[in-house]
Design a protein around this ligand. Structure first.
Ligand code: ZN
Length: 286
């Protein structure tokens, strides 16, 4: 599991730093004993493009040939809809599925049981910690604010909370969300939706737009200005960004090395890690 936090670890935290996964604003550490990945970041967005890329690099290890296809399911958060996400999925030989907007609650396996159990357990531990600190302070006659968790506490609490999520629950959560051949394992909502599929014609006209449920092909929201025909339109073959002219400065900058198209740079430099070297791999993981 990965914890994303603005806290920075101190020497006593016993974490291994991974420079190959880190950026100037986000540092990746691994806690061997607890099998927790800790990302310390100064990025503003929760799962922005950079954090998402780090997470994808950790997830997208190269699967052994003997394994069947791996399905990676994620929701349509802006940072996760990048062309780089699709590239990493493809390069590491897995299928990607982006859930249609607004359906995470029904379809995201993590949400169904894993996150809920984890959050409840995590809150319980934090509350216990606050209560114990308060009680100890009261006994000692000290009156001050309860300090934030240390990195060590954050990792211990997270690892212990995650331990409450069983393999059985993980499997159930996928089945409930419809990722199972037997429809009796699906949730009633999913079963109803499949048996009586809603018709796009029943929607008000403004919502009757095309939607690619796989998220693999971008569906443009706006049509280009009526009647406007560009002589030299340009589409980046790496990330599908559209430019009105291939001679424009923005298009040239995009294709220029180093600070241009992020997918082009990634395509050149990134290779999936062999699974035996993947951060969270050990014989008990699967
Ligand atoms: Zn591009």
């Amino acid at each position: 599991m990965a914890i994303i936090s603005k806290l920075s670890p101190s020497p006593g935290d016993n974490l291994t730093f991974h420079p190959e996964l880190s950026t100037s604003t986000s540092k990746v550490y691994f806690c061997e004993r607890k099998r927790v990945i800790f990302i310390s970041t100064t990025e503003k967005a929760w799962v922005g493009a950079k954090i998402n890329e780090i997470m994808m690099k950790i997830i997208c290890f190269k699967k052994p040939r003997s394994w069947p296809k791996i399905l990676t399911v994620y929701d349509g958060a802006p940072g996760q809809r990048n062309a780089s996400t699709r590239l990493m999925l493809r390069k590491s030989g897995r299928e990607g599925l982006i859930l249609a907007g607004g359906t995470s609650e029904r379809q995201q396996p993590n949400d169904k049981e894993i996150n809920l159990i984890f959050q409840t357990q995590m809150r319980k531990r934090v509350r216990e910690h606050v209560l114990n600190t308060r009680q100890a302070d009261h006994v000692a006659g000290i009156d001050h604010e309860v300090p934030n968790l240390t990195v060590r506490q954050l990792i211990d609490f997270s690892a212990d909370s995650l331990r409450c999520v069983s393999t059985e629950k993980c499997i159930n959560s996928f089945e409930k969300c419809g990722f199972a051949a037997e429809s009796d394992k699906w949730s009633t909502f999913i079963r109803d939706a499949v048996e009586n599929p809603p018709s796009i014609d029943d929607l008000p006209e403004e919502y009757q737009s095309a939607y690619d449920h796989t998220g693999l092909e971008p569906v443009p929201k706006r049509k280009s200005k009526k009647g406007k025909i560009y002589a030299y339109p340009f589409v980046c073959s790496y990330c599908n960004t559209e430019y009105t002219s291939k001679y424009s400065d923005s298009a040239k900058l995009h294709m220029a090395a180093e600070f241009g198209c992020p997918v082009k740079s990634l395509m050149k430099s990134w290779k999936p890690t062999p699974y035996r070297k993947a951060l969270f791999f050990d014989q008990n993981f699967f």
